[in-house]
Structures are given as structure tokens and as C-alpha cells.
Design a protein around this ligand. Structure first.
Ligand code: NOJ
Length: 477
């Protein structure tokens, strides 16, 4: 038996890499007032895609194109929460949840993205909010969870710098209509995925392939749009409504392959800057991109014979508006990568090679139904600590998503239970032993739903859904 298989047998490879795969549990409790919730998103659960005056979104269009969704499905009906929202709230109540994170569909309330407001759409969310209120559940609204009105896409969508104006106008409607009852607003969900998958690899709506340039432009405009909505709330709503506005960023944790090697530690930091800092640095710090992104992308662009950098610059006025434009930090966290520094082939401009960091996932990590999702409980604690150190630890962190997928056909929750137990314990350790300010945790997801390009094949639900009805079930095994 060689050393690696011996270590594998003993379950110790992680120790060599600097982490313990399954740590002892900490027995303690979460702070008073900690929010416990589940999360969903409009396109993934609502259905009612053209009901009561709703306009088309980019996902209505993207799902119609053959080959875009693995099982050929769409969110036209999904969990039918447009009609079954009371059942959703009843499920949360029976779980003793204290909060619910859901998203508003922009084209349901402003069908063409700007202009006329659709009162029926507004009423749907008012009904949902009042149902939540009577169940004692605190609503948390995401303004944008990937379903841009198609009318705005036709004008360039996130690639058009006017999107910041459109988003501000939309945010004004959301704050004005719902802000008396809703005190937690998340502007954008995972802007990184809109940039990379929506405008880089083309695997998500609107399906553009521009990983070396469009990706950075979409990110730039999302940061500008976020800050505009935040400043709007401060100027027009904060005094009367007293709510909080933040943004949800997603990242994997980048674990250095050699934890004591400074070059690997630096690779880990670079990985985190390219994933989380891409948005976080400007918003939570100084209105600029992380230094390592500026340096690498400026240099690579020059080597690629370009006259200007592929990474845009904020104007001084924009930087001032963006810096500090948040009341809290939203984190979506699922998994980790092992990282190390590596020579990249930069002959083709790409976000994926601009970082100069190589990564992989250890083959011994337990897998979920989604290929990208490997179970790494220790990663969430490391990510929480990195965020706290990097941004000063003054703002509350909400874990706005965390969860585990299985595949169609599976009806037990054994792996899911393992996942939640160990991730939650690492969150508890971050709070109790590292003094990280985590204020709430939302499991993804309340129920199985439309998992974007994977259709209904991958299931993240705490409740199972039979999509032929679509009725909800709770499997307790
Ligand atoms: C993040 C996204 O916000 C959500 O929409 C998606 O379903 C989950 N991750 C799982 O992939």
C-alpha cells in the first residue's frame, strides 16, 4: 500500500492538505435572533410565466431554444407557486422557519422592464408577504435572481450601461410597494454567474459567449446597478422604512494545496479575489477592483495586443458611489476547490486564465447530484473567515444559500442531512470560535425546483415536488 492509499484508508488526505474532512461537532447554540430560512427564486418556482400581464424574461426565451436545458423543460409551470404560495408558506411554518428569501420577477411587475407597472404582479407579492406576516415569517426580497425582462435584453441587457438606470427605476417600485413590510433587500443574486454563465460560457440566459470580455462588462454594469439601488434606498426610503439593503455574492473556498507554502497561500487569496472580490472589493471596500485583478488583466490584455484593458474602470464618481454600498454581506456557499499557482496559456483572452491559479476538486470528497458540488464542510468556515478578514468584519453576513442536490428518483435525505449537519456546525464554529458575524442562514431550497440548465434533473429541495401535479412532499427518512 502506498502512502496516498494508506492516507485515504485512514481518511487523512485532508489533514495533509490542511483541513480535517469530518471534524468533531461543536455542541453549542446559535445567537439569539439568528434568522433561519429557506430560499427560492421567482423563475425557479413561480410558473405563471404569462399570467395576469407578466412580460417575458430572458429565461422564458432561453428555455425555448433546443439544447439549452438538459431535459428540454422550462419554468413555465415549475412549482406553480404563483398559485400555490399559501402551501409554500404553510411548509415553512411547519418547519418553524423565521425568514423566507424569495425573489421578485422584474417582468411580472414591470412587463417591459421600464415604464408601466403591472398591478396584478405587485398584488401577487403583496399577498405572499401578507401570508408570510401572518405566519410570523420575515420576508427577505431578492430584486434580481437572473430573470431580466426580455424587452431590456433586446436593448443589450447587462451589457448596456443604461441598465443601471433601469435597475434603479425598478428598485424604486420594489422599495415603494413592499418596503413597509420588508426590511431585508438583496439587490442581485450571484452576479458572478450572470457574468460567467450568462455572458461568458453561454450556459445560462442570455447565452452569450464572451468569457474574455463580455463577462467583465456584465459584471461592471451589475456593480454599478447594485450601487445605484443601494444609494436610492438610502436617499428615499431608509429614513421612513428603516430596512437594510445588501448583495448576495457566491464563491467556492480556494484551499491552498500546500497550506504552508506562501505561493499557494497567495494562489488561494487570488482565487478568492477573482471569485468574491471581483464584486466584493469595490462594494465592501474602495469602489475599485482587487489589485490582483487589475494587475493580471491589464497585463494579459497588453500581451494579447489590446489597446485597452479587458477589465473596465469605474469613474471617480462611480467609485465613490460604489464604495461601501451595502448594509450586509450575502454569501451563497456550496463547495470548495484545491488551488495552486500555475502557468496559464493566455493566447485566448479568458476570465478562467486571467487569475494564474489552477484548481481541482479532490476525488475523495463526497459528491452531490450536481457535478460541481462536492461536500466540503470546512470550506464554509474558511470562506467566512476570509470574508471577515478581508472586509474588516463590521458588517453582518447572511448565508443566503447553502444546500445539497440529489438526482431525480432519489427519495431519501441521508446525504442532505449529513451536508446540513456538518456545514451548519462549521458555521456555528465560525460564530463561536472565530467571532465571525453571521446573522442568518437560508437553506437552498424550500423545495425541488427548476435548476436552470439542468432542468428538473437536479433537486435541491428540503421538500420533494412531484412536477406532474406539482404537489409538495416531505420525505423524512
Ligand atoms: C445558486 C443559485 O442562486 C440558485 O438559483 C441555484 O438553484 C443554486 N445555486 C443551486 O445551483
Amino acid at each position: 500500500m502506498n502512502l496516498v492509499s494508506l492516507l485515504l484508508t485512514l481518511g487523512l488526505t485532508g489533514v495533509c492538505l490542511g483541513y480535517v474532512y469530518e471534524e468533531d461537532l461543536l455542541y453549542d447554540s446559535f445567537p439569539e435572533g439568528f434568522l433561519w430560512g429557506t430560499a427560492t427564486a421567482a423563475y425557479q418556482i413561480e410558473g405563471g410565466w404569462n399570467e395576469d400581464g407578466k412580460g417575458e424574461s430572458i429565461w422564458d426565451v432561453f428555455t425555448r431554444i433546443e439544447g439549452n436545458i438538459i431535459d428540454g423543460s422550462s419554468g413555465e409551470v415549475a412549482c406553480d407557486s404563483y398559485h400555490k404560495y399559501k402551501e409554500d408558506v404553510a411548509l415553512m411554518k411547519s418547519m418553524n422557519m423565521t425568514s423566507y428569501r424569495f425573489s421578485v420577477s422584474w417582468s411580472r411587475i414591470i412587463p417591459r422592464g421600464v415604464g408601466t407597472v403591472n398591478q396584478a404582479g405587485v398584488q401577487y407579492y403583496k399577498n405572499l408577504i401578507s401570508e408570510l406576516k401572518s405566519a410570523g415569517i420575515i420576508p427577505a426580497i431578492t430584486l434580481y435572481h437572473w430573470d431580466l425582462p426580455q424587452a431590456l435584453q433586446l436593448q443589450g441587457g447587462w451589457l448596456n450601461s443604461s441598465v443601471a438606470d433601469w435597475f434603479e427605476d425598478y428598485a424604486r417600485v420594489v422599495f415603494a410597494e413592499f418596503g413597509n413590510d420588508v426590511k431585508l433587500f438583496i439587490t442581485l443574486n450571484e452576479p458572478k454567474e450572470t457574468s460567467i454563465q450568462g455572458h461568458g460560457t453561454g450556459t445560462m440566459a442570455p447565452g452569450f459567449k464572451g468569457i474574455g470580455d463580455l463577462t467583465y462588462i456584465a459584471a461592471h454594469n451589475q456593480i454599478r446597478a447594485h450601487a445605484r439601488a443601494y444609494r436610492l434606498y438610502q436617499a428615499e426610503f431608509a429614513a421612513s422604512q428603516g430596512g437594510k439593503v445588501g448583495i448576495t455574492l457566491n464563491t467556492n473556498w480556494g484551499e491552498p494545496e500546500e497550506p504552508n507554502n506562501p505561493a499557494h497561500q497567495e494562489a488561494s487569496d487570488t482565487f478568492m479575489q477573482f471569485n468574491f472580490g471581483w464584486y466584493g472589493h469595490a462594494i465592501f471596500k474602495d469602489g475599485k477592483y482587487p489589485e490582483v485583478m487589475r494587475r493580471n488583466i491589464d497585463r494579459n490584455s497588453q500581451l494579447q495586443g489590446l489597446n485597452i484593458s479587458r477589465l473596465p474602470e469605474f469613474t471617480p464618481e462611480e467609485s465613490a458611489m460604489i464604495a461601501g454600498s451595502t448594509d450586509f454581506i450575502g454569501l451563497n456557499f456550496y463547495t470548495s476547490n484545491i488551488v495552486y499557482p500555475g502557468e496559464e496559456d493566455i493566447s485566448t483572452p479568458s476570465y478562467f486564465t486571467d487569475d494564474g491559479v489552477k484548481d481541482y476538486q479532490d476525488s475523495t470528497w463526497y459528491g452531490a447530484g450536481s457535478v460541481w458540488l462536492k461536500v466540503t464542510p470546512w470550506g464554509i468556515r474558511s470562506a467566512l473567515n476570509w470574508i471577515t478578514e478581508e472586509y474588516g468584519g463590521t458588517k453582518d453576513i447572511y448565508i443566503t444559500e447553502n444546500g445539497f442536490s440529489d438526482l431525480q428518483g432519489n427519495v431519501d435525505d441521508l446525504m442532505r442531512l449529513y451536508y446540513y449537519k456538518h456545514y451548519l456546525n462549521q458555521v456555528l464554529k465560525a460564530i463561536k470560535e472565530d467571532e465571525v458575524k453571521v446573522a442568518g442562514y437560508y437553506a437552498w431550497s424550500l423545495m425541488d425546483n427548476f435548476e436552470w440548465a439542468m432542468g428538473y434533473t437536479e433537486k435541491f429541495g428540503l421538500h420533494s415536488v412531484d412536477f406532474t401535479s406539482p404537489n409538495r412532499y416531505l420525505f423524512t427518512q
